[in-house]
Design a protein around this ligand. Structure first.
Ligand SMILES: Nc1ncnc2c1ncn2[C@@H]1O[C@H](COP(=O)(O)OP(=O)(O)OP(=O)(O)O)[C@@H](O)[C@H]1O
Length: 244
């Protein structure tokens, strides 16, 4: 479970997070939906311990990220940019390297790498260098790196950005599988269709604050609209930076 409580963060002159509170449950896919500049990335970076909040608490499975960053990160997987893989490594080398970085012994990291290669069906490419990989192959390798240490919680910042349709569909299936396995999946997006199709729970953000929460259906009911897109526009007052 991931929770943020009264989180505030000023970056330069900008109040990027302004008393932000929400919870993302295990066995659910939670979407952070907001226009450009809403504070989604700042929130996720704070959860991963890359930024220190001015006020408030970010917790992963009840562990305060600012106080115990190493313990918190052991329960957290961060989906990296699939276009930033080390081209000279094979997925097996790449995944094992990150497993060891997360604190596993070489023996355990090797076993965990085998497990995640099987889980994500990476067997046929696991010993090829990443250079020249398709988008789907890159995406699966990046995701394998994020989950190799079996974190309960997985966070993804606009994970489908730049991915083609097939890779996007593949990623959706994998996220649904992670949810079915009881993981807490939290991702940011400004793609309405993706959020409506995947999320059990949506946190609508603007100006560093929560504007509304609920399932896509509940958000429609709250606003008296029939589509999430219309509900969002009613809640935020604009569709700037949002993709259908
Ligand atoms: N390093 C930085 N320097 C200056 N301002 C920043 C920095 N990082 C974030 N901000 C500001 O904080 C606010 C929140 O930014 P953030 O990137 O968290 O929003 P976002 O919801 O992820 O937006 P997007 O959908 O455009 O990625 C914005 O006004 C942004 O300009």
């Amino acid at each position: 479970m991931i929770s943020v409580t009264h989180l505030s963060k000023k970056i330069g002159e900008v109040q990027a997070l302004n008393d932000l509170s929400f919870t993302a449950q295990d066995g659910h896919i939670t979407g952070l939906l907001g226009p450009n500049g809403a504070g989604k990335t700042t929130c996720l970076r704070t959860l991963f311990g890359l930024l220190k909040p001015d006020e408030g608490i970010a917790e992963v499975d009840g562990i305060n990220v600012a106080e115990k960053p190493i313990e918190a990160k052991q329960q957290l997987g961060l989906f990296p940019d699939p276009f930033g893989l080390y081209e000279r490594l094979t997925p097996r080398e790449y995944i094992q390297f990150f497993a060891e970085l997360s604190g596993m012994s070489a023996k355990n990291a090797k076993q965990a790498t085998e497990n995640v290669i099987a889980q994500l069906n990476l067997g046929d490419i696991s010993d090829r260098r990443c250079k020249g990989f398709s988008q789907g192959q890159r995406m699966k390798t990046a995701l394998a790196q994020a989950i190799v240490h079996q974190p309960t919680n997985i966070i993804l910042d606009e994970p489908t950005r730049g991915l083609d349709v097939m890779s996007t569909r593949l990623l959706r299936d994998i996220l649904l599988d992670l949810k079915a396995r009881g993981h807490c999946v939290l991702f940011s997006s400004h793609v309405m269709q993706e959020v409506a199709a995947l999320c059990d729970h949506v946190i609508v953000m603007a100006n560093g604050q929560v504007v509304a929460t609920g399932s896509p259906d509940e958000l429609c009911q709250q606003t008296g609209e029939t589509s999430l897109e219309e509900a969002f526009i009613k809640l935020i007052g604009t569709d700037e930076g949002i993709a259908a």
